[in-house]
Design a protein around this ligand. Structure first.
Ligand SMILES: [Zn+2]
Ligand SMILES: [Zn+2]
Length: 322
């Protein structure tokens, strides 16, 4: 098996999908990121980006075993699931892990999203086999040769095991899970829907320390956050970060690559390109996530490359050592 870990972005937008001419470059689908660890498929969140990803998995891998990690149950992180093709395939086995809500279990929320009042097909009527489990921050998710399981510790596991740690952040309404996926010494941290703190989020910095890739919420321009952008009310306390907050976490945790994520639905491609430039001035290895962005992690080096240049007209290709 190849030791290559690939991170592909299928949905990078926050709050709600944004089709239209002003968002074609970065894309309008809501949160969904694919991580391939060798031949294991891990998906972070089920926003509308999971819909094209599902078609691709059905076509290329006949679905098989898939681990879906939900950061929290807000719409923009779950609304693509009813249209996720592998969920309808009898030969697919889905492990769906995430947090329980404060009032309701994760499973109940997923069932309610597909109640007969709101969707024609119920969760139980989707043909795949589904293992739906709420996990706790103290637990680890392991995927090794024996399969996917929730464990109390990661001790004694070899490099072949994919190990996923959980950090519960309170910097978002209702809380959110931040995940750290580690395999063969490389790690990817997915920190969406989280707001920065004065002096930086120290718990998050510790959790994300030395990650090769840090995917961080960067929904707002500074002026927007503070209520100084015309037509945009202040958003402090909404549970999302500014570009500066994302850069602070990347710098303090010494991340290899920062990926700005969860773009505001009201922002045009030009605005996001400007935010990317701001980020690069603060933290050189920054990129604003766009649909089709692919990051390849190899043991000896890391490269960031565009998966399909035709899809959005961008041409980003560079590599780093170390
Ligand atoms: Zn969100
Ligand atoms: Zn949210």
């Amino acid at each position: 098996m190849s030791n290559e870990m690939k991170v592909r972005f299928w949905g990078v937008r926050g709050s709600h999908p944004t089709p239209g001419a002003g968002t074609v470059k970065f894309g309008g689908n809501t949160a969904s990121v694919e991580v391939q660890a060798g031949n294991r498929t891990i998906i972070l969140d089920a926003g509308t980006g999971i819909i094209p990803l599902g078609r691709e998995l059905a076509r290329t891998k006949q679905a098989g075993e898939i681990l879906l990690l939900l950061s929290h149950m807000h719409h923009d992180h779950t609304q693509g699931f009813p249209f996720f093709v592998p969920a309808y395939m009898p030969n697919a086995k889905l492990h769906i892990f995430g947090p329980d809500g404060t009032h309701e279990s994760m499973k109940n929320v997923l069932e309610r999203n597909q109640s007969s009042e709101t969707f024609p097909v119920g969760l139980r009527d989707m043909s795949s086999s589904k293992d739906i489990q709420a996990v706790r921050e103290s637990q680890v998710i392991v995927w090794d040769e024996t399969g996917v399981r929730v464990a109390e510790s990661a001790s004694g596991l070899g490099e072949e095991a994919v190990v996923i740690r959980i950090h519960k952040s309170y910097a978002h309404p209702g809380g959110v899970y931040i995940y750290r996926i580690t395999w063969h010494g490389k790690s990817v941290v997915y920190a969406t829907d989280t707001e920065g703190y004065v002096g930086t989020d120290k718990r998050l910095v510790k959790f994300a320390k030395d990650a090769d890739v840090l995917i961080h919420d960067a929904q707002y321009l500074e002026e927007h956050y503070w209520g100084q952008l015309e037509g945009f009310p202040a958003t402090q306390g909404f549970g999302h970060s500014t570009v500066m907050m994302a850069c602070e976490v990347a710098r303090a945790s010494e991340a290899g690559q920062l990926v700005l994520f969860h773009h505001d639905p009201a922002y045009s491609d030009d605005m996001i390109a400007g935010m990317e430039a701001t980020a690069k001035a603060q933290f050189g290895d920054s990129v604003a996530a766009y649909e089709g962005l692919e990051i390849v992690l190899r043991e000896e080096n890391m490269s960031v490359q565009l998966q399909s240049p035709a899809s959005n007209g961008r041409d980003v290709q560079y590599a780093q050592n170390g």
